[in-house]
Design a protein around this ligand. Structure first.
Ligand SMILES: *Cc1c(COP(=O)(O)O)cnc(C)c1O
Length: 366
């Protein structure tokens, strides 16, 4: 079998471990595993199936199309879809039993119209903006929204929910302020005659704020084994990005490497060419600032990251064409991690793994 050119390997055992670990931390809440953006780059359908096996009873997606793709794959657990543009046809969602998030009277009316078309009641989650100032109904319009929802027979309000801005900084005062506004919003919904479930916690709040678990927790990143908070937890990274050595060569001292010749060998050295580049998810800004795991140790990538290739300095060590190269993995044997790439490039590991969803990168499951 040919060595892989650019491959992400998804370890579903690690994913199942993470889901049951997280569900165990929130024993009184149901667990909604968030699989938006193709499961943060891991494959939404495969992740969803493994998550349900491991104890998830809900799935969360961003768009309705993502939710319907889960239904098309035969996945039957409740799914919540939370953000689509005006004019979206929600009728297929209502017909497929997808729960829909609503942040305004206009959205509620669109969902009610879809429910009439589908010939059945729509199940909605009313979203209150408690301070993130992104999606969600602002508090000054909340009373009107809950009253309108209570008076609309085509919809049934299943939950009231919100999203936190700073849960990944435990102790940040904004979290308590948001929780207070959330309580107010839930009280108003009850006063309007609704009996909603409540949900607020993302991964970070699931891990650090048991008082905010409510009826349902919504972990995303932690399911994929990446820890959004400073305290350690038993989370196991799910994605490994690997390639191979396509070519080796010796170069003389004084020879330079890759576009711009930004790295020069101080002594004669063996170079390994690895056939992945920024078109495969290796940020060009990691040029001369990254390592790979190759032949039993970390080795530096030298010179610029190109579209299709990077070059690794192997000194006088024996490396062979076809050897496996791990770009990032769990870190368990010392290989780089997605977190390391994120820290070096000034982003978060969410962006690194989500960015691995590319046509040229194959994905396999283990
Ligand atoms: C993405 C998302 C989550 C999951 O967040 P993580 O930080 O990945 O746990 C939860 N809720 C909403 C509304 C989201 O958009």
């Amino acid at each position: 079998m040919a060595a892989p050119r650019a491959e992400v390997v998804i370890d579903l055992d690690n994913l199942r471990h993470n889901v049951s670990f997280l569900a165990g931390l929130a024993p009184r809440a149901a667990t909604m595993v968030v699989v938006k953006a193709d499961g943060y780059g891991h494959g939404a359908v495969e992740v969803a199936r493994a998550a349900v096996e491991a104890g998830a009873s809900w799935l969360g997606s961003c768009s309705l199309a993502e939710a319907l793709a889960l239904r098309d794959a035969g996945i039957k657990v409740p799914v919540l879809a939370w953000l689509d543009p005006p004019g979206t046809d929600y009728a297929p969602g209502v017909a497929a039993d997808v729960d829909l998030s609503v942040s305004s009277v206009r959205q509620l009316d669109e969902v009610a119209a879809a429910a009439r078309v589908a010939g059945r009641q729509a199940r909605v989650h009313l979203k209150i903006d408690t301070g993130l100032s992104r999606n969600g109904c602002p508090p000054d319009r909340w009373a009107a929204l809950v009253e309108h929802a209570a008076a609309t027979p085509e919809v049934r309000v299943h939950a009231v929910w919100s999203h936190l801005a700073c849960a990944d900084e435990p102790g940040h005062p904004a979290t308590d302020a948001q929780a207070e506004r959330f309580d107010d919003a839930c009280r108003e919904a009850v006063a309007a005659g609704l009996a909603p479930l409540r949900h607020l916690a993302n991964s970070a709040a699931l891990l650090t704020r048991p008082d905010l678990h409510f009826d349902l927790v919504r972990p995303g990143i932690a399911v994929y084994g990446l820890n959004p908070v400073p305290q350690p937890f038993d989370l196991r990274p799910v994605m490994t990005f690997r390639s191979c050595v396509a070519l080796t060569k010796r170069i003389a001292a004084g020879e330079s490497v890759s576009y711009g010749l930004t790295w020069t060998a101080k002594s004669e050295s063996t170079l390994a060419l690895v056939p992945v580049g920024y078109a495969d998810g290796v940020p060009r800004s990691l040029s001369n600032r990254m390592h790979v795991w190759l032949a039993g140790r970390r080795r530096p990538v030298v010179g610029r990251v190109c579209m299709d290739q990077v070059v690794v300095d192997c000194g006088d060590d024996d490396v062979a064409e076809g050897d496996e190269v791990v770009l990032f993995g769990t870190g368990a044997s010392g290989e780089p991690t997605a977190r390391e790439w994120a820290d070096t490039t000034g982003t978060i590991d969410y962006e690194i793994v989500t960015g691995m969803y590319r046509p040229r990168v194959t994905r396999t499951y283990r």
